[in-house]
Write a protein that binds this ligand. Sequence first.
Ligand SMILES: CC(=O)SCCNC(=O)CCNC(=O)[C@H](O)C(C)(C)COP(=O)(O)OP(=O)(O)OC[C@H]1O[C@@H](n2cnc3c(N)ncnc32)[C@H](O)[C@@H]1OP(=O)(O)O
Ligand SMILES: O=CC(=O)O
Ligand SMILES: [Mg+2]
Length: 726
Amino acid sequence: MKDYLKVGNLQVAPALYEFINSEAIPESGLKSEQFWSGLETLVNDLTPKNKELLAQRDEIQSQINAWYRENNESFDFNKYKSFLEELGYLEPDVEDFKITTEAVDDEISIQAGPQLVVPVNNARYAINAANARWGSLYDALYGTDAINEEDGAHRSGGYNQVRGERVIEFAREFLDEAASLQESSHKNAVQYRIVDGKVSVTLADGKTTGLEEGTKFVGYQGEPENPVAILLKNNGLHFEIQIDRSHPIGKTDDAGVKDILMEAALTTIMDCEDSVTAVDAEDKVIVYRNWLGLMKGDLSSTFVKGNKSFTRTLNPNRSYTSPSGEELTLSGRSMMFVRNVGHLMTNSAILDQSGEEIQEGILDTVITSLLAKHTLLGNGPYQNSSKGSVYIVKPKMHGSEEVAFANQLFDRVEDLLELDRNTLKIGVMDEERRTSLNLKACIRQVKDRVVFINTGFLDRTGDEIHTSMEAGPMIRKSEMKTSTWLQGYEQSNVNVGLATGFQGRAQIGKGMWAMPDMMDDMLKQKIAQLHTGANTAWVPSPTAATLHALHYHKVNVTNVQNEMVKDSKDLRDAILDYPVAENAEWSPEEVQQELDNNAQSILGYVVRWVEHGVGCSKVPDINNIGLMEDRATLRISSQHMANWLHHGICTKDQLRETLQRMAIVVDEQNADDPEYMAMSANYDNSVAFQAASELVFEGYNQPNGYTEPILHRRRIEAKVKFAVKQ
Ligand SMILES: CC(=O)SCCNC(=O)CCNC(=O)[C@H](O)C(C)(C)COP(=O)(O)OP(=O)(O)OC[C@H]1O[C@@H](n2cnc3c(N)ncnc32)[C@H](O)[C@@H]1OP(=O)(O)O
Ligand SMILES: O=CC(=O)O
Ligand SMILES: [Mg+2]
């Protein structure tokens, strides 16, 4: 048992108390006593409702399980729907309304572009993410498979001119598409100048030309005769042609172009949730301290890369001269959201008046908002929001009552922190089935503060499997993407967002590209999310943000949405079409392949979570493709294995053998890490292996199929057992 400090009737872990009193409260306009007593009252008032909502989830799930057991044999869709209505799972229709959110920054309300997600407990990555508002197109193309390696364009070794030329060609084609010339092509440009407030391009044949749409030119840096940057804007997104004839690339380029700098991650989600490991006060303080540094603008990180030491800080704003000669400033950083945890977990950082752990979602909202107050007050070199808003993403809510609870929590936190009503904005993750089905009712509960809905299809797939666990064996994981429920869910989300007036006020977002190294595929596929009406979509890295930005230059999402808003169908029946396999007769090889793949993902992720405190990892799948794994992908894999076990598609022994065999594979993948403890050395002694096994064998019993309860308990066990690094 830790030593706690008694603060009123709360017991607070010293690490958190010290952080709040010496780093968070000073300059926040609040007094320590006022804060702690206000927190105590808030916790006392809201904890019972939080617990009641969790009990309701369990009750609903057990009734759904029982219904399937009774009705699977003679399934009748209408009966199913009536049952869900009676249960309150399907909520009554709500009358039409529009959201009224005010004071939303343009990056969220108007501009369309990539949304980056990053574990906020990793300062090096988090600063990088904030700075990913701008990214080098040349680097993103050169360093990834976006440009293929055929015909001598390989990536290995030093600078490869063949590859470099392909990059330049690709970039010139982008310029022709996003800012075409009146005549000829950017490929033929030999000089860029600003003449009479316009872009003047000299071509190889000596002629001069200009932009086809002159209004796309919005600024420049340097002298008009000799600009070092030309700032253009297309579909609301900026990019710079950067010119430097002395630069190694610029000097090989006829027009001296050294790079195209893309406005990339318009917004970034600083994640306290599924990509981090935070199981106690010490972990939470790391998360919170980084968020404070981002909000104050003074976060820095020193690290060694190669043999060099780097110190990374937040980038300053970017300054230009406008075509009419005025100063123009653009933010150098992404607009930051913070993703709090959901309503489920508790954390030992604070014990309430009954000696029970505080609900972590309540703690997160209070503390991340307190820390964000520093940017509202201008306590640092940069302000995040120019509109005085704080952007919080709330994940994993089930149905409108839970959203109403989040709204109540936000109200109470505003009162506690002396913030105006609706300063705290909410991004609602549409990632649980009960929220997808009742999205309109959910949005209505936060209609004055909502700034996004986003289809978190990874958690959503996990919930899909768990909710209909008793209905039968699920289709294979790879088939989920094309299944009826998922397509209905994705489309319905956009329809509901448009019908409730998100255009011009809030984001309609789509989910993660979970293959961080497959950028060519991303360029080909992720554009589809824009065609279905999303004005933002998640990317896993700054490089992916830079490349995904290209899509928003190709597709004008406002036009797409304007078309869609005319026709928004009710897709709830499609969403209810759960993905049980119609013909569950897979060959033994297919079954084993599915199990191997899931087991490898689970083990590869869990071992780093539990024993190394890493909440988001790139883990090779069975085809050796590195996949982004986080708690949501773990939820899918573990629920899928639990489902097949429950329906006898595989046996317990088979799963045990599979997990052990795959542990050897994962051990080999990590063989170069000196801190790594092989699972196969002693399966019974490996906390990670035991955690992975528990996630599968106890998957049926996990609340809504979540992985957090087991992960947290096992991480705490590992911290004690191996005294692993905090
Ligand atoms: C279902 C959901 O909830 S999805 C949301 C949760 N998921 C996420 O947040 C994904 C975040 N992404 C990541 O954590 C990482 O990209 C991973 C784990 C997938 C891959 O990480 P790595 O294996 O370290 O990537 P890789 O070696 O290719 O690249 C590392 C470099 O990219 C940068 N980088 C990678 N991802 C990010 C990111 N999300 N934000 C900022 N920088 C990043 C790192 O800073 C590093 O650069 P540096 O050396 O200059 O600091
Ligand atoms: O949070 C995102 C998801 O897909 O889950
Ligand atoms: Mg999620």
